[in-house]
Ligand binder design. Sequence first.
Ligand code: ATP
Length: 195
Amino acid sequence: MRRIGVIGGTFDPIHNGHLLLARFALEAIPLDEVLFIPAADPPLKPGTYAPAAERLAMVELAVADSDDFMASRVELERLGKSYTVETLKTLHETHPDAEFFFIIGADNVAQMATWHDPEGILAQCTVVAGSRPTAPTDGDPELVAQLRFIDTPLIELSSTQIRQRLADGLPIRHMVPAAVETHIRAKGLYAASCS
Ligand code: ATP
């Protein structure tokens, strides 16, 4: 049975923290591949800064040189809020022989109780939590007990920080893949203050 990791996010923009989390999860579990799924309309965030097409383009550029990382349009092709429980349902339909592992940063553990239908998510996949600095790991004990925790290096990077650095005219080299930086600069993304 194919073992597929899924990492969902706004990827606004994708950064090396996301890629390292996915890489270490792939090794630790281990997985055959990881799907990066940009959210169309993230339920727990007020909105996005870059348009969906640009966030997807950056994810595609970031994974282009890895055979085991793929960009997925499953949430961008669906209208409305990007609920993970629905995404997993679609993935099970399109990949009937796969087992799914939903990968999250540790900051998401405490948030789990606020997710839409966390039990429905846990029924369809193993939720895998990696490390993230400054993240509270407390959360709903019943949900936390069902998680699988993995050790990953602590990379203190966020999309918010990348957007702020761009708005401040600071370098982002080594924080995002070179192709992603080239795309951001060519399209003038995040040039205005937008964190
Ligand atoms: P923002 O700063 O805009 O809130 P973000 O950097 O948290 O964005 P998301 O796209 O919201 O990025 O994150 C997608 C997933 O990746 C989440 O599960 C999040 O916990 C995880 N993640 C993001 N950055 C890191 C990091 N540096 N280390 C580990 N996990 C991370």
